[in-house]
Every structure is written in C-alpha cells, then in structure tokens.
Design a binder for this molecule. Structure first.
Ligand code: BJW
Ligand code: ZN
Length: 278
C-alpha cells in the first residue's frame, strides 16, 4: 500500500484527529459485522425481526435473548491491535459499535452513536436498568424465573419455554442463546430493552451533535470498518471532507464513502491502524 506513509504522515501532523469506527473495527476480535456477505449478522438473522422497536414490541424475549447472546459474546473477546493503536493516540473516537472494546483498550473520549449492549433501559419509562435497586442487570436476569412468574401474573411477557418455542416458530431467527424473558422495570414493570439504537429510532441527540461538531473541526478523520450504508452516521466523514479535512479510510472493501476519502487503504483494522498511527 503505497499510500501508507502518506496516511501516517497526515495523522502524525494532525492537530484535531477524529476516528469513526464501525463493525469491521471489532471483526478481528471475533465480533461479527452486520453486512459482510457470509459472516455478517444480517446474513444469518433478520434485521426487521430483531433490530426495530416493532420487533421488540412483537416479541421482547426473542429480541432480548439475541442481544444477551451478543453481549455475552463481546464479554468473552478482547480488543485487537487496531483498538490498541487508536487508544495510544489523542483523538476523539466516534463509534457506531455497541461493544465496549475501545474503552477496554484504553480510549477515553468515546462517542457511542448507536448505544451500548451494556446500558439496558426500561422500554416504557426509559429508566436505566442499572439503577434497579438491589442489583445489577445480570442479577435480575439470573433471577429470571421469579421475574417470569411476576410478568405472567401481570399478563406480561411469556416464560422461557414458551419463548423458546416462539423463537423456533419464528424460523430460528434467534441467537445461539435462544429467547430469554427480559427483566421487568422496577418502576413500572414494563420489559427492560437493550440500550441500542434500532432502525427508525433517533440517535442520542447530544452524541450525534458532538460527533458532527468534532467532524467539522477535524483536520484528519480516519473511518474504519464501516460500510457507510447507515444514516445519519454515514454523513460524518462527508462533513469532514466538505469542511476541507482529509478523510482516510481503512477497509478491505470499497464503500460508498470512497469518493469522499483522500486516501483509501484496503486492509484490515488490526493490520493497518498500527502502521499509520505511530
Ligand atoms: C473490516 C474488517 C476488518 C470487515 N477491518 N474493516 C437516508 C437514506 C436512506 C435511509 C435512511 C436515511 N436516513 C435514515 C435512514 C434510515 C436508517 C438507515 O440508514 N437505513 C439504511 C440501512 C438504508 N437509519 C435509521 O433508522 C437511523 N435512525 C434515524 O435515521 O432516525 C431518524 C429519526 C429522527 C427523529 C425521530 C425518529 C427517527 C438509526 C440507525 C440505527 C442503526 N442500528 C444498527 C443496530 C444497532 C444495534 C445492534 O447492534 O444490533 O447499528 S444497524 C447496524 O448498522 C448497527 C451498525 O452500527 C450500523 C452500521 O454498520 P457498520 O458498522 O457499517 O457495519 P457493516 O457490517 O455494515 O460494515 C462493516 C464494514 O467493515 C464493511 O465495509 C467491511 O468491508 C468492513 N470490514 N472486516 C476493517 N477486519
Ligand atoms: Zn419503567
């Protein structure tokens, strides 16, 4: 890659460096992407059945079980050389990822555009589930049998066995862990939902506004491992380019962001980032 030294030089001299990451950033840690043809989540699971507010309303246990499976998967993996390279450099990091691998690598200034697998909240009153008095979310889930009984008594979500049957009936659209009854909110008894941004939902306003602001002021923005297909996140590199900043893309495949990039590096995050962030 002839342009590696040019990219490294631009990054070394940058005064306001911004890094935008997508699912490809965590792929070499073992976290699946969404849209890669064979290995992406959307090749195996139906986004409409799992990543929309309507899906959660229709079948909370199917959706909660899928996200719990993904949360547990993330807990078992580790940041890769790409996460570590970014953490070594002073920059603002904007991520679409719902994992915590940037934080675990040591990055401090992380903007999560699409929420987090580790911030569940009530689907009705929006209280963070971590505020549940008397325990963490994990303790609540471990106490799922009691919650299931309470929910059934309240005419709420179904029990584990029924959920599993529903998942099977849904055509196996559920993660390896199977459907799981979500915990009930202690304030209003509604099901707790994953703290992520689904299709059709607004991004967290303060996070998105700050992301646009730092992108507009960046002299260099590195976009890593995103297909550039999901809006409004895909606008962020365009903001930097239109304001005269240099956009450097790290991705093994071409993307719709290519025309906005001064340099396109066709390689993986763990290979390329340690070479260009010195
Ligand atoms: C590697 C690699 C390696 C592989 N190294 N690289 C304008 C036009 C058309 C549609 C819209 C529009 N504006 C809004 C929309 C609708 C929609 C949208 O964008 N749809 C498109 C898909 C058409 N957007 C929304 O609904 C958003 N909300 C919104 O606009 O609200 C408006 C509103 C306002 C006011 C009130 C109410 C509403 C919300 C979008 C939320 C996205 N949510 C998800 C799921 C999050 C939870 C979860 O994790 O389950 O976010 S979808 C999924 O896609 C996830 C990701 O963050 C996001 C982006 O994916 P990403 O990161 O780019 O991954 P991939 O898989 O697509 O790409 C991976 C890339 O990595 C590939 O290029 C590989 O080549 C590469 N790669 N290995 C480096 N080792
Ligand atoms: Zn509530």
């Amino acid at each position: 890659m002839d342009s590696l030294p040019t990219a490294a030089d631009l990054i070394t001299r940058a005064e306001r460096l911004v890094v935008l990451t997508g699912a490809g950033m965590s792929a070499e840690s073992g976290v699946p992407t969404f849209r890669d043809a064979l290995t992406g989540l959307w090749a195996r699971y139906d986004a409409e059945a799992l990543a929309t507010p309507e899906a959660f309303e229709r079948d909370p246990a199917l959706v909660w079980g899928w996200y719990e499976w993904r949360r547990e998967l993330v807990e078992r993996v580790h940041p890769n050389a790409g996460h570590r390279a970014v953490a070594r450099r002073d920059c603002t990091l904007i991520t679409q990822n719902v994992d915590d691998l940037h934080e675990r690598a040591g990055s401090k200034d992380v903007i999560h555009l699409h929420g987090s697998l580790f911030a569940p909240r009530c689907s009705a009153c929006h209280q963070p589930a971590a505020d549940v008095p008397g325990g963490t979310v994990e303790q609540e889930a471990a106490d799922g049998a009691a919650i299931g009984v309470a929910n059934r008594a309240a005419g709420g979500v179904a029990d584990g066995a029924a959920d599993r049957r529903a998942g099977e009936a849904a055509g196996g659209a559920v993660g390896e862990g199977g459907p799981r009854t979500p915990p009930a909110c202690v304030y209003c008894a509604s099901p707790v939902r994953p703290g992520v941004v689904w299709f059709g939902e607004q991004l967290p306003v303060a996070a998105f506004e700050r992301a646009v602001e730092v992108a507009a002021r960046a002299d260099v923005l590195i976009t890593v491992g995103t297909s550039g297909q999901v809006y409004p996140a895909a606008e962020i590199p365009q903001v930097t380019a239109k304001r005269g900043g240099a956009v450097i893309q790290v991705n093994p495949q071409p993307t719709p962001l290519d025309p906005f990039c001064a340099i396109n590096l066709r390689g993986t995050a763990a290979e390329v980032l340690p070479e260009i962030i010195r």
